[in-house]
Design a protein around this ligand. Structure first.
Ligand code: CA
Length: 227
């Protein structure tokens, strides 16, 4: 199991490091938010242990960016000395899965790391999720808010690509390449497919997920599209 510790207090970081390493885990550590975010985005960790108060990028901000930019949902445990309800809620809103108030027993932290890593390993890796939209690459099942959505192979391929690249503007050419490789048909074909995809994925629901970014391309997001 691979664990990343992002904690600027060297004593705390070292004690967590030693404790988890003794349990047989592979552990990386970062002492600031910038290094931590970089490591979290470029490696596959089973759990990230994240301090709330960090130099560079603070814990809530880092967690939010990790949720936005990472292609995989890595579980995050937030550590904080500040035990007010407000901070706790901030932590969860930014996407943390669990929360531990300092000082804590290492044994308890290790137990929670184990629970979180097991929870995530039970989630099939082939499952993609954006908001209430789910897509399973293996079974080809797509659903939104529990309602099954039927897509033809082209629309399925388009949606898979969009869901693997959420929250960023994807150029039309990039989408065309995804569907037709190097032989795109006329320029209206993609527009037609996207319109059909929207009919299936967005039309029956309140919040649209597929957004047109004028003269650039498209963006799939459950957040505010202008962000
Ligand atoms: Ca700190």
């Amino acid at each position: 199991m691979n664990v990343l510790i992002i904690e600027d207090n060297q004593d705390i970081a070292a004690s967590i490091y030693d404790y988890l390493e003794a349990l047989g885990y592979t552990v990386d550590a970062a002492g600031d938010g910038v290094t931590g975010l970089h490591l979290a985005l470029t490696n596959d960790y089973d759990v990230v242990i994240l301090d709330l108060g960090l130099p560079g990028i603070d814990g809530t901000d880092l967690c939010r960016r990790l949720r936005q930019d990472a292609h995989r949902l890595v579980p995050v445990i937030m550590l904080t000395a500040r035990d007010s309800l407000e901070n706790k809620l901030d932590g969860f809103k930014s996407g943390a899965d669990d929360y531990l108030i300092k000082p804590f027993a290492l044994k308890e932290l290790a137990a929670r790391v184990k629970v979180l890593s097991e929870r995530i390993s039970r989630t099939p890796v082939s499952q993609l999720q954006i908001g209430d939209l789910l897509l399973n690459e293996e079974t080809h099942e797509v659903s939104r808010a529990g309602k099954q959505i039927n897509l033809n192979p082209t629309l399925f391929r388009l949606l898979t690509f969009l869901m693997k690249n959420p929250h960023r503007v994807i150029k039309r050419e990039e989408l065309e390449h995804t569907v037709w490789r190097d032989n795109p048909p006329d320029s209206d074909a993609l527009r037609t497919h996207l319109s059909n995809l929207r009919q299936a994925v967005d039309k029956p629901f309140d919040q649209p997920l597929i957004h047109t970014i004028r003269s650039f391309g498209y963006k799939l997001t459950d957040k505010n599209a202008e962000d």
